[in-house]
Design a protein around this ligand. Structure first.
Ligand code: IMP
Length: 429
């Protein structure tokens, strides 16, 4: 049995796409377990860039099964467009499987998401506007959600939608002045999607568990990050799903005893998109060095500039703990190559006290100021380094300090965008 969960340890955008792609080269199955097309994973293969939103990164390896588990919310139009885009670039997409229990993003979900955000003067979350929150609200409220298995049953879909649209159109028109959605228009569009998706739909829990029993390598690919987790994130500035490692079980129908390793992906500095407190956030020229230099810190899904800051050891320790991380992967070390000095946050100052544990109360977090230690930069290009020993001593020391603060060992360090710009310290599989 060989199963790995890949999870982001910050606010998403840690570079999970590249590392999932690397680990996927040996996996027989790659499984998404939460979120939807709010995610954006960039994978670079032979100088060709692929931006994936819904489809697991394993799709780039022929013969790998790629599963969208029950915990994912699926926008069928986006999924089909992404599949067709890959097909046009010569990628074999026959390995896609979709859980019959996954919930579907309907046209009113993105509208409600965007209208709700734009109508708020305070308390904006800064969502991606893809309808993720409203789709999960319907899932958990239970009355108004459509699952993939409903989509495949034309009569049931019509019956359910007829009822759902009464409420949705009332909310849309009476609260937001939106014209609402017509039953027949949605039906025509979604029944067409259903026929295209039907051959890919199955009970994916049965499939994944069978493969695990056969000893196949299974990779669970988390989207977003721990601090965007509905339970463990910086609530309410979070997404509506469970990116943390536990979500890999509930979002796929695989029990916790079947998970071998949890790989925590963390950037050598910090970024965040959207609203909410960010203790180590930078506002000076360091910001533009990180964002506009090698970092290229702009959202894959929305193109929004990312907020950037120094590495936060409090967050690292917290995320390693709530996910039970066995292996750390440090991404984008090369982005720091030209920094004379680098700051590392090892605690928060809150009033007269020093806090070492990540607070749950956002009012407290907003008042925390980082306690920094300063270390010398290495001022050397690291992109060509193939082993840990080849890294400059200052970079090695920086990584050792990250391990100490996070309390987990580093197994991989990424020093560039390309597949081969990767230092393997320990084989994770
Ligand atoms: P939502 O997931 O669209 O509801 O957005 C909720 C919050 O999560 C916002 O702050 C988004 O910017 C953030 N978010 C959602 N998906 C991602 C992602 O893949 N990377 C980084 N931030 C994300």
């Amino acid at each position: 049995m060989s199963t790995i969960v890949v999870v982001g340890l910050q606010w998403g955008d840690e570079g999970k796409g590249k590392i999932t792609d690397y680990l996927a080269s040996e996996a027989e199955l790659v499984v998404r377990y939460q979120g939807g097309n709010n995610a954006g994973h960039t994978v670079v293969v032979d100088d060709q860039e692929f931006k994936l939103h819904l489809i697991p990164s394993g799709i780039l390896y022929p013969g790998t099964l790629c599963v969208l588990g029950n915990g994912v919310v699926i926008n069928p139009g986006v999924l089909l467009k992404e599949l067709n885009g890959l097909k046009q670039r010569g990628i074999d997409v026959s390995g896609i499987r979709i859980s019959d229990r996954a919930h579907v993003i309907m046209p009113y979900h993105p509208s409600l998401d965007q209208l709700d955000e734009s109508s708020r003067t305070v308390g904006k979350i800064g969502t991606t506007g893809r309808g993720i929150g409203p789709a999960y609200v319907d899932k958990f409220a239970r009355y108004d959600s459509i699952r993939v298995l409903d989509l495949l049953n034309a009569e049931r879909l019509k019956e359910r939608l007829q009822e759902i649209l009464i409420t949705k159109n009332k909310i849309l028109s009476q609260i937001y002045g939106h014209p609402g959605f017509a039953l027949n228009v949605i039906l025509d569009e979604y029944l067409e999607y259903a026929e295209q998706l039907r051959p890919m739909v199955c009970d994916t829990s049965v499939l994944i568990n069978q493969e695990i029993k056969k000893g196949k390598k299974v990779l669970f690919e988390g989207a977003q990050g721990t601090l965007l987790d509905i339970d463990h994130g910086t609530y309410p500035f979070v997404s509506s799903s469970s990116p943390s490692a536990g979500g890999a079980c509930t979002g796929t129908g695989v029990g916790p005893t079947k998970i071998n390793k949890v790989v925590g992906v963390i950037k050598a500095y910090s970024t965040r998109v959207g609203e909410g407190p960010f203790p180590t956030e930078l506002a000076d020229e360091m910001l533009s060095q990180l964002r506009d230099g090698r970092g290229r810190e702009y959202g894959v899904t929305t193109g929004r500039p990312r907020r950037c800051g120094w590495f936060d050891g409090v967050i690292a320790e917290y995320s390693v703990r709530v996910n039970g991380v066995s292996d750390l992967v440090v991404m984008k070390l090369d982005v720091l190559d030209q920094m004379k000095t680098i700051k590392i946050c090892n605690g928060y100052r809150y009033g007269n006290s020093i806090i070492k544990e990540f607070p749950g109360d956002l009012d407290v977090l907003a008042k925390c100021t980082p306690v920094y230690e300063e270390v010398p930069g290495w001022m050397t290009d690291t992109t060509g380094c193939k082993t840990f020993a080849e890294l400059p001593a200052a970079a090695q020391n920086y990584l050792r300090r990250i391990e100490e603060l996070a309390q987990a060992p580093i197994s991989i360090v990424s020093v560039g965008w390309k597949r081969d710009e990767t230092i393997i310290i320990r084989n994770i599989w």
